[in-house]
Write a protein that binds this ligand. Structure first.
Ligand SMILES: [Fe+2]
Length: 407
């Protein structure tokens, strides 16, 4: 029997099999075929950033010596026939997103209404209706399965509504999309979606004046904030309908890969993989959302900050995958070109994230022009007529309404 397990659950004597998936598309899967020799080999695999591994329980000495041993399994197969998930960077484009925008608007609105009800009822300590949460996650999953970018686009376009509502929803949406892109199975993706939805529910019981304080927090106030993962964990754990991974994500989403986070100060060896994934998206959404005390930064800068926290705050292989998933210049970003023209990023080039496909919409004098579609891979990188991206721009500052340029 072939089992997909977390590398943290590997044991000496287990037999690893070659996944058959390309390293480029699946850098988080350890695939060197053979029996695991010792614990230091396992530590090396984990330190190198591998998250998952396929093992064959009919081979190797481990299951012969421990026939009744139960290993936590992500997925199980009779034979290994894993196809690459359809949602990778290929086939994702600004134009294919256009056909799904209206439906995405509706899914976002309905999901936001659900989150508002959930938050409001939790404030009054009412019981969580998990069947409704699952309905909400199913709707988001179905939409993302048809088109990955439209809901991501809508979730970052919304300027109104309270951060408490949009943050929980956005983390859930991005987590579902990211988990789909890295090829997790449907059941796992939905649990990750629920983890995103509930990761911060402990904050509902923290004083709002502290949560929204525009100035630097005092040490005492920060101690208050640091209680929210445990508060959330305690609420969820009491509910028999809450999956263990959802409880763990609430408890561990402020832990750091190298240790030193809160509340437990555990490191990657003990942090659940779902919590590691949620922690990246939690920070990404916080950086790219307006708050009462700070302006949002653009997606490009946020990815740079996350990249710089790779290995300290965040799981390195997941950071690499997240950047590949969004692209260095995410689809829908507005960029300033070396020519002075302004363009919208319309599609990633997975082989060269720095040179995506673009749609030029404004000339160097800031006048709208007849749109021109270009693939930057085909443009010159040197000389007087070179064409590069100089910087990412904020849509608000350059008077470009991205939706007007959807086809
Ligand atoms: Fe949090």
């Amino acid at each position: 029997m072939i089992k997909k397990i977390y590398t943290t659950n590997l044991k000496p004597g287990m037999y690893v099999i070659e996944s058959g998936l390309s390293k480029n598309d699946n850098p988080h899967i350890y695939s060197k075929e053979g029996e695991i020799e010792n614990t230091s080999q396992i530590q090396d695999i984990i330190s190198a950033g591998y998250l998952d591994v396929f093992i064959d329980s009919n081979k190797g000495s481990y299951f012969k010596s421990n026939p009744s041993e139960k290993v936590p399994i992500i997925e199980e197969y009779e034979t290994l026939s894993v196809s690459k998930h359809k949602i990778e960077s290929g086939g994702r484009s600004f134009d294919s997103m256009g056909a799904h925008i209206e439906e995405a608007e509706l899914v976002y609105k309905n999901s936001l209404d659900y989150v508002k009800d959930l938050v409001d009822s939790l404030k009054f300590k009412k019981k969580i209706d998990f069947s409704k949460s699952e309905e909400c996650i199913n709707d988001i999953f179905s939409h993302i399965n048809n088109n990955i970018d439209s809901l991501l686009f809508i979730s970052k376009l919304k300027k109104h509504d309270t951060y408490t509502y949009t943050h929980n929803l956005n983390v859930s949406i991005f987590s579902i999309a990211f988990a789909s892109a890295i090829g997790l199975g449907e059941d796992n993706i939905k649990i990750i979606g629920l983890s995103g939805l509930f990761h911060d529910i402990g904050k509902l019981y923290i004083n709002e004046d502290i949560l929204n304080k525009p100035d630097k927090l005092t040490a005492k106030e920060f101690e208050e904030i640091k209680k929210h993962p445990t508060l959330g964990f305690n609420i969820l754990q009491k509910d028999k309908n809450a999956a263990t991974e959802v409880c763990k994500a609430a408890h561990e989403h402020h832990e750091k890969h190298s240790g030193g986070g809160y509340p437990q100060s555990i490191s990657y060896k003990k942090i659940s993989t779902y919590a590691s994934l949620i922690s990246i998206i939690d920070v990404f959404d916080a950086l790219t959302s307006n708050r009462s005390y700070k302006r949002k930064i653009d997606l490009h800068k946020a990815l740079g900050i996350i990249f710089n926290l790779k290995g300290t705050s965040f799981y390195p292989a997941l950071v690499d995958k997240f950047i590949k998933f969004l692209g260095i210049y995410p689809v829908g970003s507005i960029v300033l070109l070396s020519s002075g023209e302004k363009a919208i990023v319309t599609e990633q080039n997975s082989a060269n994230l720095l040179r995506p496909k673009i749609r030029i919409v404004m000339d160097k004098n800031n006048h709208y022009q007849k749109v021109i579609d270009l693939d930057l891979v085909n443009e010159r990188t040197e000389g007087a007529d070179k064409l590069d991206i100089s910087e990412c721009l904020s849509p608000e500052n350059c008077r470009i309404n991205i939706s007007d340029f959807l086809r």
